[in-house]
Design a protein around this ligand. Structure first.
Ligand code: ADP
Ligand code: ZN
Ligand code: ZN
Length: 749
């Protein structure tokens, strides 16, 4: 290796010796998949650099942007063999010290290359060595514009569309173009009327309004808010409150004094919960300078929000998991809503758990952190048990509506043709007749997961994955939900010699439920909410609006409808097909299922009217249903925890997974056999290696996948073993094999 010099392991300790300070080198984290740092001579001119600033270097003939971890380090080889760094890119570190320390810690904890960790934590432009571009101009409503009734603009549809889009958020022209492609004229017209104005600016939305007052808190909420307000320094809280118990009110009341004090608040929410409704609520109630961060933002805007947070200009930073890496000048509080949500776990690259990093970050910042959920993760419950987190309970719903009544519909011996059983259809009919709304939850897109030929048994498998293609009737195609491969629906069985024109479907998807409903209750107004029907920007909002305005009577949805939305007129919730979660090999499947059903049940009966939940199942005697019917998450969790303990699974026994994938099954397997040998060679006491075994979906996107499970009774031996193993994995010749290390995997898939 000509560039730089290798170091053993990521957890290298700087320790520059004073004598060498003058001739010292820069120790640089380079974004390459190697768990090492590299030494460079300081650049010939420009700033000398310090830990936490970017530096441009050449690495194996390519220009890279690294981050300095230490300066003045003693070179461990003849410094004449070292290259010179090209340039140090800034004077001051990009990250405040606690966040920088957290990132270095995360590299160790996840046994991930530190250069890649630091690159992940930066907006793309900065990670690539770019300078902050000028942020886009954002248009927003003026106070006069906010008063305008869009109906007045019935004859100017483009102006009306723009005005409506801006009612929710300041938007860039690029974003507005998706609302009205020809936008220069209407935009100019609106500006002339004084209804909109543009500002060169960050994605920090400034509110002109006084914050709205919230409802008077109930005693449970008050106790929770008081506990959080009184916290000094690092203190994790778990707000365990049933759906509709007013958790969000608790966050808002806990946030306000932090803002009053001039400090900043970081709020993490699950991916699909980052809705316009939620943002509007924060804006109304706190009127903060708000920065919104998520991965779907245009890069310039993400960078602008990031910088506004770093400068202390944004008071509330709200975002999905990656927002945990946002630098804050004056952090005062961290909130993680729906902390049990699987989307906090990153599934590729640096496989971090955003919630866990949020807690680790609060510890380093010395501030309180509030995790909230109706159905906390078993991990957090164990942390409460162990006294590490303080639990704050909100056992009652606000308002008069009690928790919805949960009943089962036994599908055994009944024909639930097209996904809806006769008793459920009957209740749907009655609900609609009373002028109320119903919500049907089925977490499967398309019409049916399988298209088959009853004559010869043919099914259409994905050519790249071990999965059948899902039949989408509307789009008239067969689609792989794993890799996106698609093809037209064959008019007849394509098997040679068969040609049967009567192909059938098996299994259930939301499209089919929509058809069934159309057949049985044709006069009912339906709306389907899934990824297929909400692809267009603004489509989801339009559908939610349709529901809120009562124009839709029955909502059919995937997990997109489970979170974040309030449907106050929904009084009946149907859970159509929970059975696959009951007996799944995934050790978290039952926890997820219970959480999901309670979440979706929580959509029902939020206003004055009580709600009902109907769960269709072939397994009404399953032990999960007793606690579910009683809304008794704690006793479900207790049972699940005792099973996890007996089985040696998280949260009691920590896990790590080495995954490998290759074009040939043998190659992936051979890599993991070597990995296992290496792991055994370490001889770390108390660590067990299980496998290699094929992954549950063995072939995906044309690659064979296998995995090796590493577990221990406690964390420290596991991490010792991983620290020894990771560099050895790098040394295994892995021609054609892609491998990764997943610490605390979300599932074993
Ligand atoms: P959660 O986050 O637990 O689902 P929210 O904070 O969204 O609950 O509250 C549910 C609904 O109840 C919201 O419409 C909210 O405005 C209202 N609410 C919350 N707290 C109170 C209260 N103390 N009094 C009256 N209404 C409340
Ligand atoms: Zn056939
Ligand atoms: Zn596929």
């Amino acid at each position: 290796m000509n560039d730089g010099r290798r170091h053993a392991g990521p957890d290298h300790h700087p320790g520059p010796s004073e004598a060498d300070a003058v001739s010292g080198v820069l120790r640089v984290a380079v974004p390459v998949p190697l768990r090492r740092v590299f030494d460079y001579l300081p650049p010939a001119e420009g700033p000398e650099g310090q830990p936490g600033v970017r530096v441009r270097v050449t690495f194996r003939g390519r220009r890279r942007t690294g981050v300095i971890l230490a300066t003045g380090a003693a070179p461990e080889v003849d410094s004449s063999r070292l290259r010179r760094a090209e340039a140090v890119l800034e004077e001051e570190p990009l990250w405040p010290t606690p966040l920088f320390q957290l990132l270095l810690w995360a590299a160790e904890y996840y046994h991930h290359p530190v250069g890649e960790v630091l690159a992940v934590a930066l907006p793309g432009t900065l990670a690539r060595g770019g300078l902050p571009p000028s942020p886009p101009r954002l248009w927003r409503l003026t106070p006069e514009g906010a008063e305008v009734d869009p109906a007045e603009l019935a004859r100017a549809p483009r102006q009306r569309a723009l005005l409506q889009a801006l009612a929710r958020d300041p938007l860039s022209e690029a974003e507005l173009r998706t609302v009205a492609p020809e936008l220069q004229r209407p935009l100019k017209r609106l500006a002339e009327r004084g209804w909109i104005a543009s500002q060169a600016g960050s994605r920090v939305a400034v509110s002109d309004h006084e914050p709205e007052a919230g409802p008077p808190l109930n005693p449970d909420q008050e106790a929770a808010v008081a506990a959080i307000r009184e916290a000094e320094g690092f203190q994790p809280f778990l707000v365990e409150g049933v759906t509709g118990s007013g958790k969000t009110e608790v966050y808002l009341e806990a946030i306000q004094p932090v803002l009053d004090q001039g400090d900043q608040v970081l709020v993490l929410v699950p991916e699909i919960a980052l809705t316009p409704q939620l943002l509007a609520r924060f804006r109304r109630r706190l009127a903060p300078r708000l920065a919104v961060l998520h991965s779907a933002l245009a890069e310039g805007e993400r960078l602008a929000g990031w910088e506004a947070a770093r400068r202390g200009e944004a008071q509330v930073v709200i975002g999905t998991r990656s927002a945990v890496f946002t630098p804050l000048a004056r952090p005062g509080l961290v909130v993680v809503d729906e902390e049990h949500d699987p989307s906090f776990k990153q599934q590729e690259g640096l496989r971090y758990q955003g919630r866990d990093l949020a807690v680790a970050r609060a510890r380093r910042e010395g501030i309180p952190v509030v995790l909230g959920s109706a159905t906390p993760s078993l991990e957090s419950l164990v942390n409460v048990e162990a006294g590490r987190y303080r639990r704050l309970r909100l056992p009652r719903r606000t308002g008069s509506a009690g928790l919805p009544e949960v009943g089962l519909i036994d599908l055994r011996g009944k024909a639930a043709e097209g996904g809806l059983s006769p008793p459920l259809l009957q209740e749907l009919r009655e609900t609609v007749e009373r002028g109320e709304q119903a919500l049907l939850f089925l977490n499967r897109r398309g019409y049916a997961p399988v298209l088959l030929c009853p004559a010869c048994g043919w099914t259409q498998q994905c050519p790249h994955c071990d999965r059948p293609l899902t039949y989408h009737q509307r789009r008239w195609m067969l689609l792989c939900h794993l890799c996106g491969h698609n093809r037209a629906v064959p008019p007849q069985c394509p098997e040679s010699g068969c040609g049967n024109p009567d192909l059938q479907t098996a299994g259930l998807g939301v499209e089919q439920v929509e058809r069934t409903l159309e057949r049985h209750l044709p006069e009912v107004r339906r709306v389907r909410v899934d990824r297929d029907t909400t692809r267009r920007k603004g489509a989801l909002e339009a559908k939610l609006e349709e529901i809120a305005a009562g124009r839709a009577q029955v909502v059919i949805g995937t997990q997109m409808v489970v979170k974040g939305h309030h449907f106050p007129e929904v009084t009946l919730v149907g859970v159509l097909d929970p059975d696959s979660g009951l007996y799944s090999p995934d050790f978290r499947a039952r926890e997820r299922l219970f959480q999901q059903i309670l979440q979706v049940a929580g959509r029902a009966g939020r206003a004055e009217r009580p709600g009902r939940v109907r769960v269709q199942t072939h397994h009404p005697d399953h032990s999960l249903f007793g606690p579910l019917r009683a809304h008794d998450y704690p006793s479900f969790a207790a049972e699940e925890l005792s099973e996890r303990r007996a089985a040696g699974l998280p949260p009691y026994a920590p896990l790590a997974l080495v995954r490998a994938e290759a074009a040939e099954a043998d190659e992936a397997r051979a890599f993991l056999d070597r990995a296992r040998e290496q792991g055994e060679g370490l001889g770390t006491a108390g660590v067990r290696l299980l496998g290699p075994a094929p992954a549950p979906v063995e072939r995906q996107q044309g690659l064979y996948r296998a995995q090796l499970l590493i577990t221990a009774e406690r964390r420290s031996p596991l991490h010792r073993a991983l620290a020894g193993l990771a560099p050895r994995l790098e040394a295994i010749p892995d021609e054609g094999v892609r491998w990764s290390l997943d610490v605390d995997p979300g599932d074993l898939f």
